[in-house]
Design a protein around this ligand. Sequence first.
Ligand code: 5GP
Ligand code: MG
Length: 186
Amino acid sequence: MTEAQLRERVTELGQQLAVDYADRAPLVVGTLKGAVVFMADLVRAMQPLPDGMHLEFLRASSYGLGATERRGSVTVCATAPTKASGLAVAGRHVLLIEDIVDTGCTAAVLLERMRAEGAASARLVTLLSKPSRRVIELAPDYCCFEIPDRFAVGYGLDFDERFRSLPYVGVLRPECYATAQSGSEV
Ligand code: 5GP
Ligand code: MG
């Protein structure tokens, strides 16, 4: 996706969310670090701002350094953990912001925890979705772009912490991660 395509779609989605949440003061929860760039643009596109909207972040990690396949189970930690998700979600209308929904495991765990912790509602907003990769049934409530099974980088998405600050979304060439996984320079 080019910068222009991202701007257009993210603005459109922000405006839709502003309408859908006009009377519900959402708690917007971004997953670190990948969703930060998307979330920054999205919340600024939510005009007029839903009254009482708050922003929070949590960290969910299911990848090892330099790996493009899931490893192990999803671990969650927030900056001030007081509950399982670390956030005060009870009674709040949560919008979980993801960079990408791949197998669906990360988002499913986070949504389940927020509901268990008493969120009034918990919906999933994602920049990208790879429907062909799902291992569990999970349909994002809001999605900017569906993509095929390729490794996306840029606009917050990284490979081994690289490429996050690219202003567009690109596809990593398979030879890049094949080399990295064998321990050499990308
Ligand atoms: P899931 O739990 O849905 O399998 O994985 C979600 C997480 O995997 C994303 O938040 C992201 O960190 C990582 N991920 C999955 N696919 C991609 C991809 O194409 N590019 C990047 N950079 N990360 C991905
Ligand atoms: Mg992520």
